[in-house]
Design a protein around this ligand. Structure first.
Ligand code: ZN
Length: 177
């Protein structure tokens, strides 16, 4: 599935709860997981592939691929400062403050409720993906200087893609989701 990039209005549009848990939803889950791995990323939310519904997929490297619908964040604790990136803002990363531990409650692809508690990267993914469902991007959580730095780097990357050979693919896998 094509990944929607900053500037696409679907990234800012309100999302609807998932109410139908059918074969079509399972197909969407499979397509989104494939798209996430292909990117590669550690998470992918509905709006990033043009689906204005409250759902996302993730794999922090330990959980394996997980689909969650209608997520709700509860019991956020502590804080962490790590670099964060987004497949919809391709290239830049910026230190972003998040809860260091948080529980995410939602439904699986059959509609059954489940919850997971994440720390470190997994906690970050839960917060990043849930933000996507509220039309929010990580740059919205930065101060003005941080946001400007990300947008300037994004612009530099776009220009270098237009002008020269593509930059070496980043091998290190970070929290792009
Ligand atoms: Zn993202």
């Amino acid at each position: 599935m094509p990944i929607r990039i900053l500037g696409d209005p679907v990234l800012r549009a309100p999302t609807k709860p998932v109410e139908v848990f059918d074969r079509r939803l399972r197909g969407l889950r499979d397509d989104m997981i494939e798209t996430m791995y292909d990117a590669p990323g550690v998470g992918l939310a509905g709006p990033q592939v043009g689906i204005s519904q409250r759902l996302f997929v993730f794999d922090d490297g330990e959980t394996g691929p997980v689909f969650m619908a209608n997520p709700q964040l509860v019991d956020g604790q502590g804080s962490q400062l790590e670099e964060e990136g987004c497949l919809s803002i391709p290239g830049p990363y910026h230190v972003t403050e998040r809860f260091s531990r948080i529980t995410c409650r939602g439904q699986d692809v059959e509609g059954s409720p489940f919850e997971m508690t994440g720390e470190a990267l997994l906690a970050r993914i839960f917060q990043h993906e849930t933000d996507h469902l509220d039309g929010m991007l990580y740059i919205d959580r930065l101060d003005d200087d941080g946001r400007r730095a990300v947008l300037a780097e994004l612009r530099r990357i776009e220009l270098s893609l237009e002008e020269g050979p593509p930059p070496k693919r980043r091998l290190m896998r970070r929290a792009e989701s």
